[in-house]
Design a protein around this ligand. Structure first.
Ligand SMILES: [Zn+2]
Length: 278
């Protein structure tokens, strides 16, 4: 049974054909973790989880939404809406039985509003991350960590906490050196369709490094995810991603680990169930 440990089926990208997308997932008898990025998408994630048995929810505030900024990428362009983290609001939401994690939350240095000093941004992102970590601790839930261009800062922050961290670094695309440190802190690593991409001409080493991480990652610390609607695997590149595409991620891991895809599917589903206490 496939488990997409991180997707955003509540996003507008699915507003016209949500039922068909879900049906394609149900045909594969999948489990899904629908992850919130701010309060409204967290509320919608919980609503979906309450409605569908195979859907679980995570609630949190993504660092991109701490500031108003324009995001423009290969697959998506939007204006992020600024939000302050309201501990009690999220706590109330997270008390729902189908909520399995707090997040996504973390550090994001790739998208920063023009004119904002990096130090100030880091300070704010750290504070909001720590508040969400505290909530996760209070409710005994794992945490879903987003990191972009800030691995050293995140590792330093987690070390300052000074205890093993129960959670996952989602969409891991860093090198083995950072990966080892996250693993030592007790975290899982979540892999997306990015692992199926060919090396970038401008930076071929990045993909080599990522595949090395998969080769070295202990079997009991790997999760698979799509991060849908983003990051469709190579065979669907440029399209809107859907959770069933996570099978391509399992296939790629199986190829690197020299085993059957079915075994990777089983192991990663067990890992997700263990992390999310299902
Ligand atoms: Zn995400």
């Amino acid at each position: 049974m496939l488990f997409d440990s991180h997707c955003h089926l509540q996003f507008k990208a699915y507003k016209d054909d949500f039922d068909q997308v879900l049906k394609r997932c149900e045909e594969k008898q999948m489990l899904l973790n629908v992850v919130g990025s701010q309060i409204d998408t967290s509320v919608r994630a919980v609503e979906l989880a309450q409605k569908y048995e195979n859907i679980y929810a995570s609630v949190g505030l993504h660092p991109i939404h701490l500031f108003e900024t324009h995001v423009d990428e290969e697959e998506v362009a939007f204006k992020s809406r600024e939000e302050d983290f309201d501990y009690d609001k999220y706590k109330k939401l997270a008390r729902n039985k189908k909520v399995v994690a707090i997040g996504e939350c973390g550090l994001e240095f790739f998208h920063l509003p023009a004119g904002l000093n990096k130090e100030q941004a880091l300070q704010k992102q750290k504070e909001v991350f720590l508040a969400q970590y505290k909530l996760a601790q209070e409710l005994k839930l794992p945490i879903i960590i987003h990191v972009r261009d800030a691995h050293q800062e995140m590792i330093d922050l987690l070390r300052e906490i000074g205890e093993p961290i129960n959670g996952v670094v989602h969409c891991y695309t860093g090198n083995w050196e950072y990966a080892e440190q996250y693993l030592a802190l007790g975290l899982y690593l979540g892999f997306t369709g990015v692992i199926t991409f060919p090396p970038k001409k401008t930076d071929p080493k990045a993909q080599e490094d990522l595949l090395e991480v998969i080769k070295n990652c202990p079997w009991d610390r790997m999760l698979i995810e799509t991060d849908a609607p983003y990051l469709a695997p190579q065979s669907h590149r440029g399209q809107r991603a859907e959770p069933w595409m996570v099978e391509d991620v399992a296939l790629k891991i199986a190829d690197i680990k020299r085993t059957e895809t079915e075994e990777i599917i089983q192991i990663t589903t067990n890992n997700a169930k263990k992390l999310f206490k299902l």
